[in-house]
Design a protein around this ligand. Structure first.
Ligand code: UDP
Length: 454
């Protein structure tokens, strides 16, 4: 009998590639081969940022296709441009790749497509291959997508996704409150891009009918209301944690677009347990120069140690005030959050960061900017109550005294937020341990894949 072989296709962004690679790593540990499809640009970033000691995991074959932006690489950073180009070029490239694989004698057991690439499910249908959708975001974000028609029918948004009057809504009791002018697709300044993304979400909803499995990188107990609304969405997260349970280590540098600065782990080792403020805003350069300075000044006022990730934008805080502060371009974030030195996480609330904080019992201070970050922030602050938001001034910025006030509040001796975050950690750990909901769902999926092999 041959080995099961899946083709995994992430949306070409850091926050998608990492969880889908963890998923592939998990499958590889179960003896399932993966062909992992990156764009050429991301593939090169990943290979270049691997440290000498790391190697591409056994059982995962990294391949690449064009994203169509070779001639205008700067467009990758313009919101909406990448997704437009991906939609125009990638379907044909992926189709050709699968055709070549089949012609070469590979029997593909299943295509696992990122939820935002509904067309990839269509390609699998065309070749008669089984399919699974993997959502790297919260189930609540997907439920919002599924609710679009109802939102239009209720007059809350028009057919472009725009709301004329801002309203706060709740899709079901227990779900986070959402503001209509901060819906995932609304947050872009460019109306044309908004329309494109909105249309894409509608198209992706249609492919849901065509998929055999709907997996979500989340935890049942963290989102009971959302999973209650759509029981066919199966939580399998945090997939990074499920994978590292298999690996017996958290060291998975594979998938980073930038090389990780591992020196900061030694620096963290020298800090007092639970004392360090970790500042990181994910893979998009979302924070303004002004905000960087204001935040840095506020952090200085707290007199606490800080580990600050500047990210791909590389914006340095002007004030590098003392040896209490360590600034790196890109950190091994999963290891940073699990090392015990971190007391709180100043975050943009990307879903991966949200889960990684939750699985390590870290309280949050939230500065969301766009997309699903507002939903994740609402989970942290209002539903789980493991973090706080910041008040912003008229220009939308968080001022230094507000930074100090909230940091002092979250790091208070009595540790109310820490206590709740610790309970959260236990819940999350149980989900990927034997008999947990995520564990069981992963197990079912793996058995199903293996049963496809003739
Ligand atoms: N990350 C990292 N090093 C850093 C900052 C981030 O490895 O210095 C990882 C982080 O662990 C997470 C991902 O990058 O898995 C960012 O995903 P997230 O959904 O939080 O944010 P996005 O980049 O999609 O906005």
């Amino acid at each position: 009998m041959g080995r099961a072989h899946v083709v995994v296709i992430p949306y070409p962004a850091q926050g998608h590639v990492l969880p889908l690679l963890s998923f592939s790593g998990y499958l590889a540990k179960q003896g399932i081969l993966t062909t992992f499809v990156n764009t050429e640009f991301n593939h090169n970033c990943i290979i270049n940022s691997l440290s000498n000691s790391s190697h591409v995991a056994d059982g995962i074959n990294l391949v690449s296709v064009s994203d169509g932006l070779e001639d205008s690489p700067e467009e990758r950073n313009i919101p909406g441009k990448l997704s437009e180009s991906v939609l125009r070029f990638m379907p044909t490239k992926v189709e050709e790749l699968i055709e070549r694989m089949i012609a070469g004698g590979t029997i593909i057991s299943c295509v696992v497509a990122d939820q935002s690439l509904g067309w990839a499910i269509g390609v699998a249908v065309k070749f008669g291959i089984r399919r699974a959708t993997f959502c790297p975001a919260a189930a609540a974000s997907m439920v919002l997508g599924f609710s679009i028609q109802k939102l239009i029918d209720d007059g809350l948004i028009d057919t472009d996704g725009t709301s004329s009057v801002n309203k706060t809504i709740q899709l079901s009791p227990g779900m986070p409150m959402m503001e209509t002018d901060k819906f995932v697709w609304v947050c872009l300044k460019n109306r044309e891009s908004q329309r494109n993304i909105f249309q894409l979400m509608l198209q992706n909803n249609e492919t849901v009918e065509l998929t055999d499995w709907f997996l979500c990188n989340s935890v049942y107990e963290l989102e009971t209301a959302a999973f209650g609304l759509y029981p066919h969405i199966l939580p399998v997260g945090p997939i990074g944690l499920a994978h590292c349970f298999q690996e017996d280590s958290i060291s998975t540098s594979l998938g980073s677009f930038l090389s990780q600065d591992r020196d900061c782990l030694d620096w963290l080792d020298r800090q007092i347990r639970g004392s360090v403020i970790y500042v990181a805003f994910g893979s998009y350069g979302v924070i303004s120069n002004n905000q960087v300075d204001e935040l840095a000044t506020g952090l200085e006022l707290t007199q606490r140690p800080v580990l600050w990730v500047t990210g791909p934008g590389g914006q340095q805080p002007i004030k590098l005030w003392s040896d209490r502060v360590k600034v790196v371009r890109w950190a091994p974030q999963r290891e940073v959050l699990s090392c015990g030195a971190i007391g709180c996480f100043v975050s943009h609330c990307g879903w991966n960061s949200t889960l990684e904080g939750a699985q390590n019992g870290i309280p949050f201070l939230c500065i969301p900017y766009f997309a699903d970050q507002f939903i994740n922030k609402a989970y942290i602050c209002d539903v789980w109550k493991t973090g706080l938001g910041f008040e912003r001034d008229g220009r939308g910025e968080v001022l230094r005294l507000e930074v100090k006030k909230k940091i002092d509040e979250i790091m208070r001796e009595d540790g109310e937020y820490k206590k709740r975050a610790t309970i959260m950690k236990e819940i999350v750990m149980k989900s990927v341990a034997k008999d947990g909901v995520s564990y069981e769902n992963l197990d079912k999926f793996v058995n199903w894949i293996k049963s496809q092999v003739k």
